[in-house]
Design a protein around this ligand. Sequence first.
Ligand code: SF4
Ligand code: SF4
Length: 492
Amino acid sequence: MKLFDLRGGVHPEGRKEMSAQRRIRVLPLPKRLFVPLQQHIGAPATPVVRVGESVLKGQLIAGAQGAVSSSVHAPTSGKIVALGDYAAPHPSGLPVPTITLESDGEDKWIETDVVMEPLALAPEDIAARVAAAGIVGLGGATFPAALKLNLSRNSGVQTLIMNGGECEPYLSCDDRIMRERAQEIVEGIRLIALAVAAKEILVGIEDNKPEAIAAMQAAAADGAVKIVVMPSMYPMGSEKQIIQVLTGKEIPAGGRPADIGVLVHNVATAYAVQQAIRYGRPLVSRIVTVSGGAIKTACNVEALIGTPVQELIAFADGYSQPATRLVLGGPMMGQQFTDTSVPVVKGTSGVLALLASEIGQAEPSPCIRCSTCVRACPVGLLPLEMAAHIRTSDLSGAVTLGLKDCISCGSCSYVCPAHIPLVHYFNYAKGDLAAQERAKLKQEATKKMAEARSERMARIERERAEAAAKRKAAREAKERAAKEAAAKAGVV
Ligand code: SF4
Ligand code: SF4
């Protein structure tokens, strides 16, 4: 199949072999699980359980709220012991509303709805079951998967692209799941294609995963699902880039893949979809890569959602030497963290403990205007110019240069010979923009509320005046009638 060129991109050292050679192992059942209500893009889920209640594995413990949200299920059987704030897996480490579940050690599933002929289901039914299972994009985007299916079906998507790129260094969880669970993934892919009525199904896998390619080719031997081998390059696995390489199409600025007839899902999401539809199992676990120079035995583990990260590190035989940086996800786009009691969430693809020698901590020097960052940018932006605007607090200038199209891939920072942390500028500026937009929305909502209040007051005043006028008219009519009656009586 003809592949199209990827603009920019970089070739960081893969370092995947540390974890990729070992089979996925299931993490022992943790004593306590900390399940945040928000593990997805959109509104947090609302608890439907109380402290002290016993639950079974797979039981709904928090329901989706509003149009963009996702439900949350008990990762094991046990007792709810707390509903409150707990440390969250994001850079601030600030606590978020979380359900704490104490395991009873039995790991007993709730009765599930097994479907013998999943491919005979109606598209709407597939999407409804995916929503009920609390599935979100497992590639890192964590967008509710059912919503994506419904939006794609309504906008007439033609091409389904399954992302098996996994271009981030160190990560091998998608590689391993494709090697070990290819049949299930291919069935999940067919179900997703059925849900959106896709005509063409492409699975893009980088050429540095030969075993995964062979396993997927064998599972997809009937030809409806096409396995496409792509060159290894970062950020091949990001949505815009995989679409560009496989179809030659570009998502318009500010647009979505559905605008050009494409839906992209991750291969691990396809596995979760297959488990949800065929076995009725909601998303309660995921495969996580535990790796980095400071980890003794790098590996891939199947961990229950809510498992403290320190248990994954301990399962990998702990640290071989002190880690300089801890990262959730990959080293290019992942999030640094310090508190290892934070839980694994649906979007956790990796737990990395990196040494100083693996992270290049050179001090930044002034820009030498070499344009290397411009050549590396896969979106065709001008990183050095954008950073210059952000440095002078000119956010609108940076937006004009395409800040909102930046995918935060970090390719520009990676190649910069002056070690300027360009992507940090962009993430900081995007955070500022989001805060400004939130403040603007809040201001608009307050203005609307004030307008509605004065309209209500004016209406009450108007109604009061009308009632007073009516009362006055009635009183005058009564007085007139009395006068007329008295006058008549006088005449008689
Ligand atoms: S790569 Fe670094 S030094 Fe070169 S132009 Fe970009 S910001 Fe400047
Ligand atoms: S972080 Fe943004 S500006 Fe830098 S290379 Fe990636 S997309 Fe381009």
